[in-house]
Design a protein around this ligand. Structure first.
Ligand code: ADP
Ligand code: 5GP
Length: 209
């Protein structure tokens, strides 16, 4: 069988809604799927590695990448640039791998506008109180940053209508299964199955001769 192009998928939603957690679990279950590594100007958190969690860059380097058109999308979030390098994504899709983007909502909307083939999934928290609890529980944010992220969350929730799907992250296992169901169904859309149909038809032709 011919290699089908991979699917481009964005998981977005408020900080603390569980995007990172769901992506990690998804990647451990699917070897047909890779995660796009973003560029950021924020400093690494303890344990974060260059080229694994992010490409950590200076503001000047980020602005140079933007000017060169090397990013599929970028946004300023909490005073830092975050952006998605385009070239690796094109490579993986061509290789037949699904590519996951785990990005905030302004960036996700830019990708929706540029890539009509994008599958967009909004990860929703069960409530703002639960979101606040998760952000504090993660222990990566100062009080000020938690407040900033909660304020942003209200604005971000109001953009959920632009997405193809909304996945409620109440319980991790259930939420990952919901994302899996979306990917499995999307894979069976006609444009992605067209080559299979053509091959079956070709076989039928050969058998007759
Ligand atoms: P994001 O990547 O969207 O900012 P994270 O994946 O870092 O969010 O999740 C924020 C925090 O909430 C983490 O400490 C994570 O362990 C926790 N968390 C994620 N999903 C759930 C869930 N369904 N139930 C309880 N805690 C969760
Ligand atoms: P954090 O600083 O917690 O790693 O990320 C902050 C926010 O930026 C998260 O919502 C994360 O999903 C988002 N983000 C990470 N990489 C990118 C990117 O390349 N582009 C955009 N637009 N957002 C990103």
């Amino acid at each position: 069988m011919r290699t089908e192009r991979g699917m481009l998928i964005v998981l977005s939603g408020p900080s603390g809604s569980g995007k990172g957690t769901l992506v990690k679990s998804l990647l451990s279950r699917r070897d047909d799927t890779v995660l796009s590594v973003s560029m950021t100007t924020r400093s690494p958190r303890p344990g974060e590695e260059e080229g694994v969690h992010y490409f950590f860059r200076s503001r000047e380097e980020a602005e140079e990448m933007i000017a060169r058109g090397a990013l599929l999308e970028y946004a300023e979030y909490n005073g830092h640039y975050y952006g998605t390098p385009e070239q690796p994504i094109l490579h993986w899709l061509e290789q037949g791998k699904n590519v996951l983007l785990e990005i905030e909502v302004q960036g996700a909307e830019q990708v929706m506008d540029r890539r009509p083939d994008l599958i967009s999934i909004f990860i929703a928290p069960p409530s703002i109180e639960e979101l606040e609890g998760r952000l504090r529980g993660r222990g990566t944010e100062t009080e000020e940053a938690v407040a900033g992220r909660l304020k942003a969350a209200r604005q971000e929730l109001s953009r959920a209508f632009r997405y193809d799907y909304v996945v409620l992250n109440d319980e991790v296992e259930t939420a990952v299964n919901r994302v899996q169901a979306i990917l499995d169904a999307e894979r069976m859309r006609y444009p992605r199955m067209k080559n299979l149909i053509l091959e079956v038809m070709e076989d039928a032709e050969t058998d007759r001769h």
